[in-house]
Each structure stands twice: as C-alpha cells, then as structure tokens.
Design a protein around this ligand. Structure first.
Ligand SMILES: [Mg+2]
Length: 238
C-alpha cells in the first residue's frame, strides 16, 4: 500500500520490543531458571509451556512485568522441582526475574534517529501494557518521553483500550496508526477498533503475544525495521 501521507497523523507506539529490547531479558531469566531447575526429563519447551499456563492465569490477577514474572517462575519451580524446595530456592528463582529491573534500556536499531524525525511531523503517543511503575521507569530511562505528547500505561491492550485512548485524546481513527511488534496486543485490537496499523516484527517476540494478523483490508502495513517508518510517514514537517 504505497501512499503519500500529506497531513498530520496520530501515531501510537508500543514500547517493549518496539522501541526497546525487553523480551530477550525475560528469555535470559527463563534460561537461568531451566539451568537451576535442572529437570531430569522435561525439555525447555515443555517447561515453557507449563510456565505459559501459569503466566496466563496470573496475568489476569496480577498483570505483567518483572516482579510478576518472578512470582510466575517461583510457582513454576514449586510445581516442577524434583527435590525438596527451600525458601532460598524460591528467592534464587525470583532473583532471575528481578535482575530484569536493573537492565539498562537498549533502544531498538533506528529508534533514536527515526522518532525525532516523526515527532516533527506527527503527534506521537506511547501505549504500553504492564506494571505502571516498571513501565514508567523504562520510559524515563529511555530518554524518549519528551518526544511523546502522551504516554499511557495500561493493564491490557484490547479493542476497548484503543477506543478509550482515541476518545480521551480526541483521535480521528482514520488518521490514527498503532505501531508495534505484537499481533495480539498491538495490531489486531487496533485494527478491530478501526485504526490503521504498522506491524514491525521482532524475532524474539514473547510466545504469548504471537497470533495470526487479521487484516481487514488496506489498513495494515508491514515494515522490516523501525527506520522504515521514516519512509512511510515522512513528509515535509507539518
Ligand atoms: Mg511489544
């Protein structure tokens, strides 16, 4: 869908794994967990499937983020450990997750150059799901907050989340785009809300964020990398 953007658009950005690396740190914590668990028969994928079940159940109650991931890992450990579980085991397992909080923000390639370019031409909004405190700390540490007119941290991203955001911010859906790496949280619900969307795939997207994209026709773009957005949304400064 080559097109020329000739007016100011509302660009809503996902944050984790779109603006900065995130899931790789959770994968590292999971690898450390598997080593520590040292299970005699389950493969890492089989352990992952059990952890996914725990995560799906707990996300409804506790939400997302590193602290909650630590809780999920310790529950998974309790379920799978083949030896008597001591308190220090659970502390150790939680620590694999908590070290994610100490990670420096690593922007995705192209973000540092492309976002200021887009901010001169369009109104930028960030919409990220997770723990409010954790997400806000990442936004501040990223240094990107000044480029955004508004940053929203939400518990879940579904169709209603996007309709509410558009309503509160006064967005005209025909000129509003959701840009992100997650078919489940970014692309499908924004398309269902009547927005446009740009899918920026990330090789290491969390398994629970993957699903088929349901393209309603001509409202979806797929780009290879973040810097391609300059070509999609590049205009003279508006
Ligand atoms: Mg994401």
């Amino acid at each position: 869908m080559p097109q020329i953007i000739t007016q100011r658009q509302h660009l809503i950005f996902d944050a984790d794994d779109t603006l900065w690396e995130n899931n790789i740190y959770f994968e590292q914590a999971f690898d450390e967990f598997c080593n520590y668990l040292n299970h005699s028969s389950l493969t890492p994928q089989e352990i992952r499937d059990i952890l996914d079940e725990i995560e799906i159940a707990n996300a409804k109650i506790h939400g997302y983020g590193a602290v909650n991931f630590g809780r999920n890992l310790s529950q998974c450990y309790l379920r799978l450990a083949e030896r008597a579980v001591e308190d220090h085991d659970l502390e150790r397992v939680k620590a694999f997750a908590l070290q994610i909080l100490a990670q420096e923000i690593e922007l995705m390639p192209g973000v540092a150059e492309t976002l200021p370019f887009l901010a001169e031409r369009h109104e930028l909004t960030m919409c990220t799901k997770g723990n409010t405190e954790e997400q806000n700390r990442k936004i501040d540490n990223s240094g990107l907050r000044p480029l955004f007119a508004h940053c929203a941290v939400v518990k879940e991203k579904n169709r209603q989340t996007y309709l509410d955001l558009a309503d509160v911010r006064g967005f005209d859906l025909a000129h509003t785009w959701m840009i992100g790496n997650s078919p489940k949280s970014d692309i499908n619900p924004a398309l269902e809300a009547g927005m446009r969307a740009v899918f920026v795939p990330h090789q290491r997207t969390w398994s629970l964020e993957r699903e088929e994209i349901r393209d309603p026709g001509n409202r979806l773009l797929v780009v290879e990398r973040f810097s391609d957005l300059a070509r999609v949304f590049g205009t003279e400064p508006l």
